[in-house]
Design a protein around this ligand. Structure first.
Ligand code: HSE
Length: 315
């Protein structure tokens, strides 16, 4: 690789919804995709990909990292200057599992292109672009800002993100089944309307979750990861889901939920009290009982969001 200038960005995986916060809550976790990139004037692509899902990711102009970079260049009116790229990616976020692999790709492309042209856009701008590309903010927001995030779309279309670091030390245990689930399919099973009772059930839990995390009051977390808005409808797509969530709670998690649209399931463990490994083992065993092979990841909350690892220009 003889590029004169390269940018290296790192983007965290994310877990959306956190139970009741459908399309609204999301957190960043300590699993990362790395992208090194050099933009080129000519429409020539050289793309190396290693790690998760490497064989299924396009190595041409349809690659989501590139189309997202191009989206940002267009916003800056500079798309004609850069029509190709050299890219090297190393992915650790499992693909199509509910850990924000598509958000990580979008944010990596936006972030790297922004740095390349001298950072004309703020992180808030990147959030608007990423939400427009992804369709909902709950994965892209934590991928950009890090931490635990609450996200809303104002009537005018602007996305607002409140990102914070909880006062409690949460350990995240993510059970990753060996089958993918397309978000589109997991959204198709959802009803258009829900009852007022279910809306109240979720609204209270979202409010209490955020208050408890901001204030560091663990006793208020006992019921807050429950949901009636999307999880009950998605159970049919994930064999063993209720049993795995129950096994996590029985093994000491304070709560457990679907991660994003699934099929990963995420358990929340208060680090000082519970042994996260036991929760992980219990989740695997429950998946096994339903005939599903899985593995688990022990993660923490990422505190930084997407960031530049290295920006290098040869002398
Ligand atoms: N909030 C989205 C959903 C997340 O649950 O469909 C998808 O990653």
């Amino acid at each position: 690789m003889a590029e004169e200038k390269t940018i290296h960005v790192r983007v965290p995986g994310t877990s959306a919804n956190c139970g009741p916060g459908f399309d609204t809550l999301g957190l960043a976790c300590t699993i990362y995709n790395d992208l090194e990139i050099a933009l080129r004037p000519d429409p020539v692509f050289e793309i190396e990909i290693t790690g998760e899902g490497a064989s299924g990711i396009p190595r041409n102009a349809t690659n989501v990292v590139w189309t997202s970079a191009q989206y940002l260049l267009k916003q800056a009116g500079r798309e004609k200057e850069f029509r190709g790229a050299w890219m090297r990616m190393h992915n650790r976020v499992p693909v199509s599992r509910g850990l924000g692999s598509s958000a990580a790709a979008i944010v990596a492309g936006l972030k790297a292109a922004n740095v390349w042209i001298g950072n004309p856009f703020s992180r808030r701008d990147l959030l608007q672009f990423a939400t427009a590309i992804e369709g909902h903010p709950d994965n892209v927001a934590p991928a950009i800002f890090g931490g635990f995030t609450v996200n809303i779309q104002a009537d005018g279309g602007e996305t607002e993100c409140f990102s914070f670091l909880p006062k409690l030390r949460l350990k995240l245990v993510v059970a990753v089944p060996d089958f993918p689930l397309a978000t589109k399919k997991a959204r198709e099973v959802l009803p258009d309307l829900i009852s007022r009772r279910d809306a109240v059930f979720n609204a209270g839990r979202v409010g209490m979750m955020i208050a408890a995390l901001v204030e560091g009051r663990d006793r208020y977390l006992t019921h807050v990861f429950e949901d009636r808005l999307h999880q009950p409808y998605r159970e049919s797509l994930i064999p063993g889901m209720p049993q795995v969530l129950e096994a996590a709670r029985e093994a000491g998690a304070i709560g457990a939920s679907l991660s994003g649209a699934g099929p990963c399931l995420i358990a929340f463990v208060l680090q000082e009290r519970h042994r996260a490994r036991e929760v992980g083992e219990a989740m695997l065993q429950a998946f096994r009982g339903a005939g599903v092979t899985s593995r688990y990841l022990l993660l923490d909350l990422d505190t930084k969001g997407a960031h530049v690892v290295k920006s290098e220009e040869k002398a």
